[in-house]
Design a protein around this ligand. Structure first.
Ligand SMILES: O=C(O)CCC(=O)C(=O)O
Ligand SMILES: [Fe+2]
Length: 227
C-alpha cells in the first residue's frame, strides 16, 4: 500500500510536453550544468540559502509547470519557485538523503525519458515507522537495505508528490544500477500501466524536474559595495 504522504500521478504530462521539456533541458547554456560524480544537474530559481534565496526568474518553459503544480494547492496557496533538473544515465543515482529545511516540506517531481525507482529509508536512529511502539533501537542496522521502508516506481511523464512525514522523517534515494526489479517492495504497482511483479525494467537516461517552494526569499538582491 502506498503511504498517504506519497501521491503518485501517472501521465501528469503528455508525450509531446515530455519531449518539449527534454529539448529545453538540452538547449540550456552549457554553464547551466553542474557536474557531480554520479549525475549532472541544473538549478533554476536561485540558490536556496538559510538567510533567504535571491530569487531568479524561472524560464517560461519551466514556469508553466510551476503554475500547473501550484494549482494543485500543495504549498498553502503559494506557487513553487525552485526547480532542480537532474539527469541520470543508466547506472547513475542519488545517495539516500533528505531535502532539508530550506524547502517547504512537500516535494514534487516530474520524470522524463525513463522510469526509475525511488527508495525510502528510515534514519539510522529511528525505529521503523510501522512499529513506533518499539523504543529506538540502539543497534539499528547501519545498512540501507535493512532500513528500507517502501519504493515508488516512477514512470516517465508521472508526477510524484512526497510530503509531511515522508519528507521529514525518511531518507530517499535512487540506486546506482542499470535496471530495476519489480517486486512487492514497490508500493504503487497498481497505479502503473505496464509493470508486473518480477519484471526487470531497463533504465534509459532519465531527467527529473524536482519542483519545490523555497519559502524564505530575499526581496531584493544584496549589493556588497565598498563602505
Ligand atoms: O531525481 C529524483 O527523482 C530525485 C531527486 C532528489 O531527490 C533531489 O534532487 O533532491
Ligand atoms: Fe531529494
Amino acid at each position: 500500500m502506498i503511504p498517504d504522504t506519497i501521491i503518485y500521478i501517472p501521465n501528469f504530462i503528455s508525450q509531446e510536453e515530455e519531449q518539449k521539456l527534454i529539448d529545453h533541458v538540452y538547449s540550456a547554456p552549457k554553464p547551466k550544468w553542474t557536474h557531480l560524480s554520479n549525475r549532472r544537474l541544473q538549478n533554476w530559481g536561485g540558490l536556496p540559502h538559510p538567510k533567504g534565496m535571491v530569487a531568479e526568474d524561472i524560464p517560461q518553459w519551466l514556469d508553466l509547470y510551476c503554475d500547473k503544480i501550484g494549482k494543485l494547492d500543495l504549498f498553502e496557496g503559494k506557487k513553487p519557485n525552485h526547480v532542480l533538473v537532474n539527469e541520470y544515465s543508466p547506472g547513475q543515482g542519488i545517495m539516500p538523503h533528505e531535502d532539508g529545511p530550506l524547502f517547504y516540506p512537500t516535494v514534487t517531481t516530474i520524470s522524463l525519458g525513463s522510469s526509475t525507482v525511488l527508495d525510502f529509508y528510515t534514519h539510522i536512529n529511528q525505529g521503523k515507522a510501522e512499529d513506533k511502539s518499539e523504543p529506538c533501537s540502539e543497534n539499528m542496522s547501519k545498512k540501507f537495505e535493512d532500513r528500507h521502508v517502501c519504493s515508488v516506481y516512477l514512470e516517465p511523464r508521472s508526477l510524484v508528490i512526497v510530503k509531511d512525514d515522508m519528507y521529514t522523517k525518511y531518507l530517499h534515494g535512487i540506486k546506482e544500477q542499470t535496471e530495476d526489479m519489480v517486486d512487492d517492495r514497490i508500493c504503487n504497482i497498481k497505479q502503473c500501466s505496464d509493470i508486473n511483479i518480477d519484471n526487470i525494467k531497463t533504465r534509459q537516461t532519465r531527467i527529473s524536474l524536482t519542483i519545490r517552494l523555497v519559502p524564505k526569499v530575499l526581496k531584493t538582491k544584496l549589493f556588497f559595495g565598498k563602505k
